[in-house]
Design a protein around this ligand. Structure first.
Ligand SMILES: Nc1ncnc2c1ncn2[C@@H]1O[C@H](COP(=O)(O)OP(=O)(O)OP(=O)(O)O)[C@@H](O)[C@H]1O
Ligand SMILES: [Mg+2]
Length: 373
């Protein structure tokens, strides 16, 4: 293989978090450089020695993941996060909380020297698709710890006695070496509460979990995520060092997400981005991402510009939205070059109504506005 091919392969392995494979390839490349380039021999050998001892991500990168005793399937997924699918947009309060958790971990030794513990447990609550799992991944990247994810909804579906053992095994595994353990869909445990036959086992399980929150090692983090926080016992809430509430994104956060997903190189007119923001106002980041990726895909497959597909999406969606959003979309389409007559025809809104919503137009009266809602 040429050095160029090796570099491409190395980039892929690194981004996929395959540390062991990237190190093996790096070793091979360094050996061949030390043989072929005498002037780099000493330096390459020095890096090879470092490679033997240094840890790319702190903590467990190679110890085997525990498996279910019957199915032999791995109980948790383990990722070394180097890259995220999108750079997250945090609400200011969430951002401040996350930043202070990172800081406490990076400067942990200073806190410990003063007899203070860093944050060890976090509870993330909020509706679906607003960044709870993403925040756990972001923290893993920032603190440079491996992320172990246990989907409680998936493990709870199996026989509860075995589930209890599996959860204990995962907790032991995560506590042994620095890592972030994400207990996703945490409320799945609470949902089993009504099954009387299992109450004893469930109580034991909750006790184990509560104890492990208290005893979590300083160098790691335990994160529980839930979109049904009301199902959680107040005693459970109190055990976490911090509770972070993830709100639905604001309109301006949605605009920012749209811009990041479509990228600046696509030259989409701002009026269209604003119309998309109106359309998705009130939706989750996950829904915005899904829709935007759909548009990107169709523009690639149809060999059209992204703007063309965004206009098509706006026209299709405008039929099913309330009058005010419809008028906003109509205005954006006119601004992007379509005639008022065409827009009025395709969207099914009168030209008079469009004019009323024009910036600077006299305020729309409640009657006309209310009718379309
Ligand atoms: N704050 C954010 N900034 C940018 N994109 C986001 C943000 N939050 C979520 N997304 C997008 O939505 C996707 C889903 O987010 P995530 O998995 O974090 O949701 P969640 O809150 O864990 O939802 P659920 O409760 O369904 O598990 C992410 O992969 C990301 O693309
Ligand atoms: Mg999630």
């Amino acid at each position: 293989m040429t050095i160029e091919a090796d570099v491409v392969q190395l980039a892929r392995l690194t981004l996929e978090g395959k540390d062991a494979d990237s190190r093996a390839l790096l070793r091979k490349m360094l050996y061949s450089i030390s043989r072929q380039c005498p002037e780099l021999n000493a330096q390459a050998r020095q890096v090879l020695t470092l490679l033997k001892t240094a840890n790319v991500t702190r903590g467990i990168t190679t110890s085997p993941i525990p498996v279910d005793s019957d199915s032999r399937l791995e109980l948790v997924s383990r990722d070394n996060i180097h890259q995220l699918p999108i750079e997250p947009i945090w609400n200011p309060e969430v951002e401040a909380e996350l930043a202070s958790v990172v800081r406490e971990h990076i400067q942990r030794s200073e806190l410990e020297a003063a007899g203070v513990e860093p944050t060890r447990s976090l509870l993330f609550v909020g509706p679906p698709g607003v960044g709870k799992t993403l925040a756990a991944r972001w923290l893993a990247r920032e603190i440079r710890l491996p992320l172990l994810t246990l989907d409680l909804a998936a493990v709870m579906s199996s026989f509860l006695g075995r589930t209890g053992n599996n959860i204990r095994t995962v907790i032991d595994f995560a506590q042994k070496s620095p890592s972030i353990l994400l207990l996703d869909e945490f409320d799945a445990i609470a949902k089993r509460r009504d099954d009387v036959t299992e109450i004893g086992e469930l109580k034991r399980l909750v006790t184990v979990l509560l104890q492990s929150i208290d005893e979590w090692p300083n160098e790691g983090l335990l994160i529980a995520a839930s979109n049904h926080p009301d199902l959680l016992d107040p005693a459970v809430w109190r055990r976490f060092d911090r509770v972070l509430r993830f709100p639905s994104p604001s309109r301006s956060e949605i605009t920012e997400a749209i811009k990041r997903i479509i990228g600046s190189s696509n030259n989409v007119k701002d009026s269209l981005i604003q119309a998309l923001s109106d359309l998705y106002d009130g939706e989750s980041f996950a829904e915005v991402e899904r829709q935007m990726n759909q548009v990107r895909k169709s523009s690639i497959l149809n060999r059209t510009t992204l703007e063309t597909d965004i206009i098509r999406l706006l026209v299709d969606s405008a039929r099913n939205v309330q009058k005010q959003k419809k008028a906003m979309i109509a205005l954006a389409l006119i601004e992007s070059g379509l005639s008022q007559r065409d827009v009025s025809r395709i969207i099914g809104i009168s030209r008079d109504t469009i004019r009323k919503y024009k910036p600077g137009a006299k305020q729309v009266d409640g009657g006309d506005n209310a009718k379309g809602k």
